[in-house]
Design a protein around this ligand. Structure first.
Ligand code: HEM
Length: 127
């Protein structure tokens, strides 16, 4: 249905499952787990709020935390091109796990790739 927002097309329940599956993958990823807290409960809660508004749903993140300023909020962390790729890989895996498919999946993945690239604030270390 072309009148639905992407948030409505995905549905709150699937979005919540997607975020939980995603952080399960993050926790197992050797490049990502070191920069995330051990307990991802609060991180997942904020990400659900953020993705809700990112996809055209209620402005839950902004109501509780103010303007997202995502790049600024990520500056305390070393976000390298490899970590951005890893983040996207965890998300693509989560999309498969919750069987998010079709146009809405392609749309969300495309936007997340652009956002992830935008978060990069450090080069990969040369070895
Ligand atoms: C928070 C890493 C991309 C949305 C965080 C945190 C880390 C992180 C370490 C802090 C977690 C915490 O303390 O709870 C990364 C890395 C990325 C990435 C390595 C790779 C490019 C993204 C993208 C989005 C995003 C693409 C949006 C779609 C958020 C949100 C928070 C967050 C909403 C919570 C901010 C807050 O504390 O209010 N991220 N992130 N991140 N990230 Fe990312």
């Amino acid at each position: 249905n072309q009148n639905l927002t992407p948030y409505e097309a995905i549905g709150a329940e699937t979005l919540s499952q997607l975020v939980d599956a995603f952080y399960g993958n993050v926790q197992k990823h050797p490049l990502l787990s070191p920069i995330f807290p051990d307990d991802l409960t609060e991180t997942a809660r904020k990400q659900k709020q953020f993705l809700t508004q990112y996809l055209g749903g209620p402005q839950e993140y902004t109501e509780e935390h103010g303007h997202p300023m995502l790049r600024a909020r990520h500056l305390p962390f070393e976000i390298t091109p490899s970590r951005a790729k890893a983040w996207i890989a965890c998300m693509e895996k989560a999309m498969k796990e919750v069987q998010l498919e079709g146009e809405v999946k392609d749309f969300l993945l495309h936007r997340l790739k652009l956002t992830a690239e935008h978060m990069v604030n450090s080069p990969d270390s040369k070895e």
